[in-house]
Each structure stands twice: as C-alpha cells, then as structure tokens.
Design a protein around this ligand. Structure first.
Ligand SMILES: [Zn+2]
Length: 326
C-alpha cells in the first residue's frame, strides 16, 4: 500500500484543494508521460477525487505497468517503441521493423517530415480487457510527444497489427501536421482512410436510406455520445463509417491521393493571426477554413458532395483488398 500523499506542498500550488490537488498532479505527470510516477501518486487516491478520473486512472495504470515490464528501443530520432518482455510463441514475426515501416509509410503518404517524438507502447496482455479504455488502441497527445498505445492481441496477426498501426500512427502524424486543431470527424476521416476501413455494407445503407447522413455538427456529436447508452455502439460505428467515406472521397478525388488529406491537416496550422481572429468573430469553424483553402469549398458542400457520390455510385473506391465487409 502506498503512503498517503502529503497535500501541504500541492495545496500551496493549487489552492486548498485537498485530494483534487493531488489528482491534478497525477494528470500533470501523465501528460508529461511520467506514467510510473503518475501511477504511484494515483494509488493513494483510489479512483481519483469523488470517483472522477476513473478512465484516466485506468490509462495511467495500463501505461505504467506496461512500462515497468518493457524495454525501450529507438528507431531514428523521433520513434521509440516500448515493448514488454513477455514470451508469446504466437506473436507475428518482425514486429519492431513493422512499426518503423508503417510510421515511415504514414509520414510519406501524408507528407510529414516528423520532428515531434512518437512513443509506441505495446500494452501488456493483462490489459486486453473490457475495463481498459481505448482497448482497441489509442493515440494521445502529451507534452512534447505523441503516444500511441496498442493492445497485445493485435500482435498475433500481421494484418490486425498493420491496421491498428496505420490508424493510430495516422492520428500521430495529423496531430503534428495540424498542431492538434482538427475536429474528431476529420481526424477519423484521415485515420480510417489510411486503415482502409470503409465498408460496402455502410455505403449500401446510405444509398437505401437506412442510415442517416449526418451534418458536420451531428457527426462530431456522434463521436461524443455517452458510451453507456444502449445505442452508443451503433452511433459510433456510423460516425466512423461516415468519416471513412469522407476520407475516401477527399483522397480518391485528387491526383495527389492521400497527400491531399495531409494538405488539409496542414491547412489548420498555417493561419495568420488575422485569420484566427476572423474565425473567432464570424464563428466559422477551423475545418471549414482549412477545407476552403485546400478543396475550394467548405464543410457543408463537402458533406453534400460525398453523400451525392455514394447515392450515384461515383465514390472513388480503393483497391478491393483494403475494403472490409464488416
Ligand atoms: Zn481513430
């Protein structure tokens, strides 16, 4: 059992906040990727003050316990892989090399010369569990680095591993390209296009009017639905698929292919102070501004065009091998 935290110093820093202050410290350590220190500090707090922060606590735990059992290997100046020392005869061969290759592929396709460090953490098999948030893999921005965590079970089959890596490393690349300013729907449009997760079944459902086509605001909201809701899975699935169709359209409609998606991401980060001020005053979204800069039209027209291309069967489809029938 860890020692209770002495709040005196923390209260001086954060005001007389008791365990809230300690919890703020846990989050601060986590955001600096000092996950073992964050985990040690969290243990005397249970689930965080008044139960708040349980999701973060589980992520701190998974990343800290995995780090304690891992070795770190650097590939070049920006990529580090944290790999647990676990014997598993079923692992796919050449995993380290594959992580490096997929990172290079993602950077090349999206047009990123990486400078921001990326840490890829393979989580221990113990964290292949229902109660782990983001158990299919996640990408999280921290101070001065981007962290990608991937589940152990994705290491069993090369196809699964490649899909998880393409998706999560695309998030890492677009975070650096866009200075982390993209809305979720566009972020996922790029990641799902890199992964190739658009399903034909979804396109048919849109064509036959069995699923609703969401506006930019509705689509963003669908990613944020309360996951405890019984219909949450359905909404989240539809949100990912609609984003995947949008990513496919942008990439497939340009001779630049996926580089066009990278250009859209970059257009979030190149605004003058004047443009930023204009966005704030007029209420125009960052996405609308970036899309107009790269595609020549904004969010609403993009959504209309993608829907029209699905309805008229003119959505440019990728090589059949990368389409799934889920
Ligand atoms: Zn994603």
């Amino acid at each position: 059992m860890a020692q209770p935290t002495d709040w005196t110093r923390l209260n001086r820093r954060y005001g007389n906040a008791g365990s809230d202050a300690s919890w703020a410290k846990v989050r601060e350590l986590y955001e600096d990727d000092k996950v073992v220190e964050a985990w040690q500090a969290a243990q005397s707090l249970g689930t965080g003050s008044r139960g708040w922060g349980l999701v973060t606590l589980r992520m701190v735990e998974a990343e800290a316990v995995s780090r304690l059992a891992s070795e770190q290997v650097s590939f070049g100046s920006t990529l580090t892989v944290e790999f647990p020392r676990v014997d598993d005869p079923e692992l796919a061969p050449g995993i380290g090399g594959m992580i490096r290759e997929v990172w290079q592929e993602v950077c090349l396709e999206l047009g990123l010369t990486p400078e921001l460090p990326v840490v890829v953490t393979v989580l221990l098999p113990n964290f292949d569990a229902q109660w782990v948030p983001g158990r299919h893999g996640y990408c999280i921005g921290k101070n001065g680095l981007t962290k990608v965590c991937i589940p152990w079970r994705s290491l069993r089959r090369s196809d699964d591993l490649r899909a998880v890596l393409l998706h999560e490393l695309a998030h890492a690349a677009t975070r650096e390209l866009s200075h982390d300013l993209m809305p979720t729907w566009l972020n996922e449009a790029i990641a799902t296009e890199m992964e190739g997760s658009l399903s034909r079944q979804y396109l048919m459902q849109v064509r036959t009017g069995r699923v609703s086509w969401m506006s930019p605001g509705e689509l963003e909201g669908a990613f944020e639905v309360d996951r405890r809701d019984v219909h949450a899975d359905q909404w989240v699935h539809l949100a990912y698929q609609q984003s995947a169709a949008i990513g496919r359209w942008i990439s497939g409609s340009s001779s630049l292919g996926r580089r066009k998606l990278g250009d859209v991401a970059k257009a979030f980060a190149n605004n003058s102070t004047w443009t930023e001020l204009k966005l704030r005053v007029t209420g125009q979204t960052h996405a609308d501004e970036a899309l107009r800069e790269i595609l020549g039209f904004g969010e609403k027209e993009l959504f209309d065009r993608v829907r029209h291309s699905i309805e008229t069967r003119t959505l440019p489809m990728p090589i059949p091998a990368s389409i799934t029938e889920s």
